[in-house]
Design a protein around this ligand. Structure first.
Ligand code: DX5
Ligand code: ZN
Length: 209
C-alpha cells in the first residue's frame, strides 16, 4: 500500500513541511487545491503552488477541488505530476480527463461522501486513480466517515471482477485506527494531519504502512 501525504494541515510552514516530506518515506506528496466555488475554501494561487512544488523530489498527486479544472491544467502540467485528480461531481469530467491524458499525466476521479459510486462507472476503463473521499472535501483534520468502507469494498470488488487497472485511494481522516478499516480495499491512502501535525514524519508514515 502506497502512502500520499497532504501538507494542507501542518504545524509548520508549507516550505518546511515540504522539505521534511522530501526527506521522508512518503511515496507521493498530495496537493489539495480549492477554488472557493466547488468548496468554500480557496487556496488556488497557482504561482505560489508552482514555486513551492517545482523542486519537489517526490511524485506529486494533485487533488483538484475546483469547479472548472480546464483553465488551470496546463500550468499544473508544468510540474509533471504523477496524477491529477478532478471531481466526478463537476460538469465537464470527460473533457478534463482527456486534457490530463493529453499531457501524459495519470488521471484520477475523486468522489464525495454523498455521491454514489455509479457516477464513476462511465469512466472506469479510462481512469488511472479513484480517490474516495472519506470526509467532506475542504479541510484537513476531519473525522473519517464510516460509510466510506462500503463504497471502498464495492469498488475493490468491481476492480477485481472486471480486471481494471486504476488505483483505489482514500482521502480524509486516515490515522493509525482508521487505516485498519480501509487497508484491505485500497492501493493507496492519503494522510494529512496524522503525519504533518507530528514531529517524526517517518514514524507516522510507518504506522500507516
Ligand atoms: C480534504 C483533503 C485531504 C486532507 C486530508 O479536503 O482532500 O487531502 O488534507 O487531511 P487529513 O488526513 O487530516 O484528513
Ligand atoms: Zn485531498
Amino acid at each position: 500500500m502506497k502512502v500520499a501525504v497532504s501538507y494542507l494541515k501542518s504545524n509548520r510552514s508549507k516550505e518546511e513541511t515540504l522539505s521534511l516530506l522530501n526527506k521522508s518515506q512518503t511515496d507521493f506528496v498530495h496537493v489539495d487545491l480549492m477554488d472557493g466555488i466547488f468548496v468554500p475554501e480557496n487556496n488556488l494561487d497557482l504561482e505560489e503552488t508552482i514555486q513551492l512544488l517545482k523542486d519537489c523530489q517526490k511524485p506529486l498527486d494533485i487533488h483538484l477541488m475546483v469547479e472548472d479544472p480546464l483553465k488551470i491544467l496546463s500550468k499544473l502540467a508544468s510540474l509533471k505530476p504523477a496524477y491529477i485528480t478532478i471531481h466526478v461531481e463537476i460538469s465537464n469530467v470527460q473533457e478534463c480527463l482527456l486534457e490530463i491524458k493529453k499531457y501524459h499525466i495519470g488521471c484520477g476521479l475523486a468522489i464525495n461522501p454523498e455521491t454514489k459510486e455509479d457516477a464513476l462507472y462511465p469512466y472506469l476503463d479510462f481512469i488511472d486513480q479513484i480517490l474516495v473521499m472519506s470526509v467532506h472535501p475542504g479541510k484537513g483534520g476531519q473525522t473519517f466517515i464510516p460509510d466510506t468502507v462500503e463504497k471502498l469494498k464495492s469498488l475493490s470488488t468491481l476492480k477485481k471482477e472486471k480486471n481494471l487497472s486504476f488505483l483505489i485511494s482514500v482521502d480524509g481522516g486516515i490515522n493509525k485506527e482508521t487505516i485498519s478499516l480501509v487497508k484491505d480495499y485500497v492501493d493507496m491512502v492519503v494522510s494529512g494531519s496524522f503525519v504533518c501535525m507530528h514531529d517524526e514524519y517517518d514514524a507516522q508514515i510507518n504506522l500507516l504502512k
